[in-house]
Write a protein that binds this ligand. Structure first.
Ligand code: SF4
Length: 452
């Protein structure tokens, strides 16, 4: 077992028995459940809506390289600077160049999981640049010195009381503030940051190839302010975020909102077409888009695992996963957690060190059932498990024997049981036992009975 797997196991056991954690998560996910059930009813045919969004993402996967080239060309025509980043280092260095050009001391940032993936804030801090998170949940975890707990709701693990105590400690606010009062406090705190930031950084939910535009969906207006108030707007997105056209947003946005928060549409749906034009009064003077690979093309090169690139980061599979609900987001020790994280994080990180995440699933199939773009998550988890098994000499040898009846019959039942005792926990985990082999295999018994 790798060190990472040992840490994961220990942490899982700890969090699963933490009753306060369970209470907070169950409370927050129960609110999500109610909202999503109501959200689904707004569709005349919810399953058809999912089919349509899945089809769009299938098309994306089939045409990914061409769509990206199309996006680049059209975005440049819109006056957007487009750069490609092969990995996290390349992205950080290129962003640092832009920030240097703009003499950036402070920037505002709206929630972006890609920026978490490359640990952008930490790198900016090392360079003496203040990066202020402006999404309420992300702001809370930044103040707490933590990472996002969930891809859609970063502070899902915190109760109202937790946040009141945190704000009291950091800002001296009253411990008895209501949720509305705390939100109001953050709104005023951030307003000054928006007004004085040199640069705004956002992610992008979708990038539209045909129009060369960036689509961002949000509930707080912070992405819109981050994009439009500072004089430079930087967008960082993974290459899988491309969709053929702005027309697809009419199908993608409602399905994303329904699965992410249960809303009909998020409160703000923005499409950014570039920096402000000569006859426009508002908007950034410069817009830069970074297209991040960071092992995505590696995922793309595998015909099975490339299906994970269809993910629109709605978070539904996390909320329905019995394992995630028990062990919590931090236990995965990865930016992307839950079922989709268990599929992609081992590939994004070191597969040898992190493939244990693909075993962190009961394979109940709920994740796959709720996924709006129909990613076959259980199949991909099993695929990863298979890849992980292939890497080990013991597993390779066992697979070669177990998958071949003739080889199996070379050994007596007692030898097979001896081997089983030696290797079973290495193969299927410490808490499970395989059944005993009988002294004679079924085929041997069958042949014997047939003769007599
Ligand atoms: S895998 Fe599917 S359900 Fe999970 S976050 Fe991605 S789109 Fe949503």
């Amino acid at each position: 077992m790798t060190n990472q797997a040992k840490i994961f196991k220990k942490q899982s056991a700890k969090i699963a028995s933490d009753l306060q954690h369970r209470k907070t998560i169950n409370f927050n996910i129960s609110k999500y459940d109610v909202a999503v059930q109501a959200g689904k009813l707004r569709f005349s045919d919810f399953e058809l809506a999912k089919e349509i969004t899945a089809d769009i993402k299938n098309e994306v996967i089939n045409r990914l390289p061409d769509l990206l080239i199309e996006f680049e060309e059209n975005a440049k025509n819109n006056g957007i600077d487009v750069y490609w980043a092969e990995d996290a280092n390349s992205l950080i260095e290129q962003i640092a160049e832009v920030l240097k050009d703009e003499e950036t001391k402070m920037l505002v940032k709206s929630k972006s999981m890609v920026s978490e993936e490359v640990e952008l804030n930490e790198h900016l801090e090392e360079r003496g640049i203040e990066s202020v998170e402006t999404d309420l949940g992300e702001f809370i975890v930044q103040v707490a010195g933590e990472k996002p707990y969930h891809i859609v709701t970063p502070a899902m693990h915190k109760s109202k009381t937790d946040v009141a105590q945190l704000f009291n400690k950091h800002f001296g606010t009253d411990l008895n503030l209501s949720a509305e009062e705390m939100t109001d406090f953050v709104r005023h705190y951030l307003r000054n940051k928006f007004l004085t930031a040199d640069v705004g950084i956002t992610g992008g939910n979708f990038i539209c190839a045909k129009e060369g535009a960036i689509a961002v969906t949000e509930n707080e207006g912070n992405a819109f302010l981050s994009a439009s108030m500072p004089k430079t707007h930087i967008v960082i997105v993974g290459i899988e975020k491309v969709i053929p056209s702005i027309n697809d947003l009419a199908k993608m946005w409602p399905v994303l909102a329904a699965h992410g928060t249960g809303q009909q549409l998020t409160v703000y749906s923005n499409v950014f077409f570039g920096p402000k034009k000569i006859n426009e009064t508002d908007g950034p003077e410069r817009m830069v888009v970074f297209l991040l690979d960071n092992k995505r093309s590696q995922l793309y090169s595998d015909p099975e695992i490339r299906q994970s690139l269809k993910c629109i980061r709605c978070g539904a599979c996390l909320n329905y996963c019995p394992v995630y609900k028990n062990i919590g987001g931090y236990t995965y020790a990865a930016t992307y957690s839950g079922p989709i994280g268990s599929v992609i994080s081992p590939h994004f990180k070191d597969f040898g060190d992190y493939n244990h995440l693909s075993f962190a699933s009961s394979l109940c199939g709920k994740c796959e059932e709720v996924c709006p773009v129909k990613i076959p998550l259980t199949k991909l988890l099993l695929y990863n498990r298979q890849q992980a098994s292939k890497g080990s000499f013991v597993n390779k040898s066992m697979y070669s024997v177990l998958s071949d009846r003739k080889k199996m019959d070379l050994f007596s039942g007692s030898i097979k049981n001896l081997m089983k005792e030696s290797f079973q926990h290495q193969l299927i985990g410490e808490n499970k036992d395989l059944s005993d082999f009988s002294s004679k295999s079924f085929s041997k018994q069958y042949r014997k009975n047939k003769k007599s």
